[in-house]
Write a protein that binds this ligand. Structure first.
Ligand code: URA
Length: 202
């Protein structure tokens, strides 16, 4: 992905962006996916959470983080003392990428070119929101915003300034907690996720 110019968007214009994104065909995912799942949350949100891409349930509902990963996220936010209603939640890629397998649609990680195609939307959301905090949930969002060599395992919870917010950091994706190799790993990742999210209330 090349470095794109920062888009000029009036503060709070996320509703305009959401409407414009509905017909986006910048990547091939718009064909099989049900709909664009744009970010949602208050126009004056101080905190933006960025996930990877909508999952099966999000694709059907048209809203981010409403499926199993969303349940983990909601609980982690609650424990961290962050009100989800005050947070803007979005994804690095706004269409569901999947492989049909009989009746089920198996999640596939978006390709770098899907992330690159969607990046102007993420940048426009951030330019419109001007948040104080950006939290990248997982590697896809972290690489999109913090660079292709970013490793969540090594740099989780490290807060830095970026072009879009004075405080940006990455943490575990809620799905990583669900996919953890053992109960013990899941517990550890979950508590790290909560601890990282609690930084934004300080
Ligand atoms: N996983 C994500 O990264 N985003 C969603 O919206 C749902 C699951």
């Amino acid at each position: 992905a090349g470095v794109l110019p920062r888009l000029e968007v009036a503060p709070g214009d996320v509703d305009v962006l959401r409407e414009a994104a509905r017909t986006c065909t910048a990547c091939p995912l718009h064909g099989p996916a049900t709909q664009v799942v744009f970010g949602e949350g208050p126009r004056d949100a101080r905190i933006v959470l960025i996930g990877e891409q909508p999952g099966d349930e999000e694709d059907r509902a048209g809203r981010p983080f409403v499926g199993p990963a969303g349940a983990v996220l909601d609980e982690a936010l609650r424990e961290a003392g962050v009100d989800r209603a005050s947070v803007y939640v979005t994804n690095a890629v706004k269409h569901f990428r999947f492989e049909p397998r009989g009746k089920v649609r198996l999640h596939q990680t978006p390709r770098a070119r899907d992330v690159a195609a969607c990046r102007p939307w993420v940048e426009a959301e951030l330019a419109a929101l001007e948040p104080e905090w950006i939290v990248c949930l997982g590697a896809t969002a972290a690489k999109a915003l913090l660079g292709a060599t970013f490793r969540v395992t090594q740099e989780r919870g490290v807060v830095r300034a970026t072009a879009w917010a004075p405080r940006t950091f990455a943490t575990w994706h809620p799905s990583a907690v669900l996919r953890a190799a053992s109960e013990e790993d899941a517990r550890a990742m979950r508590s790290e996720l909560v601890r990282d999210l609690a930084m934004i209330t300080e």
